[in-house]
Design a protein around this ligand. Sequence first.
Ligand SMILES: [Zn+2]
Length: 750
Amino acid sequence: MSISILGFPRIGEHRELKFALESYWANESSLEELESLAQSLRKKHWEAQKDLDFVCINDFSYYDNVLDLAYALGVKPKRFKDLEGLELYFAMARGHKNGVACAMTKWFNTNYHFVVPELDIDNKYILNIDFITKQYKEALQLGYTPKISLIGFFTFFHLSHIVNGEKQEVFEQVKTAYLALIDALVSALGKEIVIEFSEPIFALGLDFLICETTTLKNFYNTLVKKGVKAIVSTFFEHSCEATEILSQTEIYGIGLDFLYGSKNLNSLDTLAKSGKAVFAGIIDGRNIWISNLEEKLALIEKITKKIPQNKLTLTTSCSLLHIPYSKNTESKMDSEILSWLSFSVEKIAELKLLNQVLKDGIQNHKTQWEHYITLNQTRKNSLKIHNKEVQARANSTQEAKRNVSFKERIKLQQEIFNLPLLPTTTIGSFPQTKEIRNARKDYKSGKITQEIYTQIIKDYIKDCVQFQEEIGLDVLVHGEPERNDMVEYFGEQLSGFVFSQNGWVQSYGSRCVKPPIIYGDVARLQPMTIQWSVYAQSLTQKIMKGMLTGPVTILNWSFVRDDLPRSSVCKQIALGIADEINDLQNAKIRIIQVDEAAFKEGYPLRKENIREYEEWALYCFRLATRIALPQTQIHTHMCYSAFNDIIKTIEAMDADVITIETARNSNKLLRIFQEVGYDKQIGPGVYDIHSPRIPSVAEIKEQIQAILEVLPKEQVWINPDCGLKTRKYEEVKPSLKNMVEATKEILQNL
Ligand SMILES: [Zn+2]
């Protein structure tokens, strides 16, 4: 039996890659410095994989693996035709003076974002394999056995946008380019290179395929003929349909996720007959609890009943990209809770121990083994995780519907608020300045008192409100300076959450998040946002939006306990948020935004599981917001714009206003709101905040006009497409000014 993983987190134990990238982008360091840092990180990460049968190559990336593949294939958007090398690469990722960045979207049901390749029939596909070969050679030189991680062709194609050309033709063209890429790799690195082709798209079933399944079969057979030892992996769900097909090909192995896709067990007979190597994902690559090794053994036993040990490799369920580096640097967490956790380095140790135990028997690794067993038992029975009161409140069934219909609510709200047509607002956060970050650090470490910290935050809010008044926004926000990360901010004030100091996970590019860890029953301990909102409101006559994070998002952006259904955890959170909404409206906050940025990423990948998720997620949002009075306007915000599949659910959420992220995508996506006769208000983002580019008045006007072609003016709000906290004030100020100006000019001609 062998052990392996599907990828290691690349950002670095101390987020070294993040800082190196940001300093390179700011022209504060050279390309050589960036490259040498990258190389040293890879070396360190391979060292952490030394007990595995392979080390992963090309899981490393300067921005994103899908982008890497696009770049390697020579995908080059027309607007960047004059760019080359890293300049081109980062232009696609982040935008450039020559044009806007490519769209970015979530990687399946995770909070990782990939850059969406733009496929154009006129593209030249001039290959560029240096990224890959360089890493490969580095690993060889260090004495490792490399396994190249590469996004599979089908996943790549189906995640891309076709910007020009007929789908089938582009498909053939990209397929040719992809095969040429494999040729190039084989000729540069030799025959028998091991490539793990990640094809998570197969976990959705095969309905998406625009070709016959024989095309799929032929494609992988062609790859193998080129001299590649090919492993095709899926993750996040079962992929039984694809396994049927793949097991008829010449590929070497198939990788399957037996945790999030337990139905893969049904494919074992097929796999056994095919004689393929099986890479069995049995250690959770997405969650951070130590494994229950007895359960793992039982699972392995099920697999080895069919698959001989010499054909079996134990792996993580997916790339470890989705969990932090190691818990070794955590010094502040409750030590008992910490003992229940397992990050990347620890997951590899679990694989190693399992492998040893399977080889030599438990008795030869007794101490280590029993350690795991004890930890699992203490966790299960710990008083820390159970709170009877919370359980009782959550278990009592509750109505989750606002009393008054939207039509009546909006009338009432309009009378009170008296907002103009096309009201302007922002999504909530303003730039997190160095000063704020330092103050928070100093406050947490006890260097400054709470009074001083509060004063610093208040000063920020004051400036922020003043600026918004100056430029004439209609609905103001306090700017969220007190929040490092929104989910962390709420989690810190709820029971049942713990926080790591260093548990960073990449979200997009150089951005990382530190997901909170929900280990026990959740309850609100005290008001969480009231003092800031009330203070901010006291500074202005305009309406101040209260700003909360919704229960589904808090859940989806946390590492969640695995001993309770997610729906039950979510309900507990929803009740806490409901209490906060109640306090806000009692404190005269008239608009309350309940962000559900991550509502969609919680969607199951398989159609058959969607209904159940929608039911409880929707219920939880409504349970949180039902307490709002008819005259309290509930906003929600979602960080995406493709609503076609979920529009009914969005409607049923019954929020008075929804702001969404359309700026990087086309307004075509808005048509769905028109088609279903969506009657509530919508703020489609009018410019992209993920890029440092400052949008011009003309550009924003165009965007607004395009929106107004699809949506009635009475329904439209004007706002950026997400929060501004990752931007600099130098970018935010002119951008928002332009936004207000553009709105004014549009209003004059309306
Ligand atoms: Zn957003």
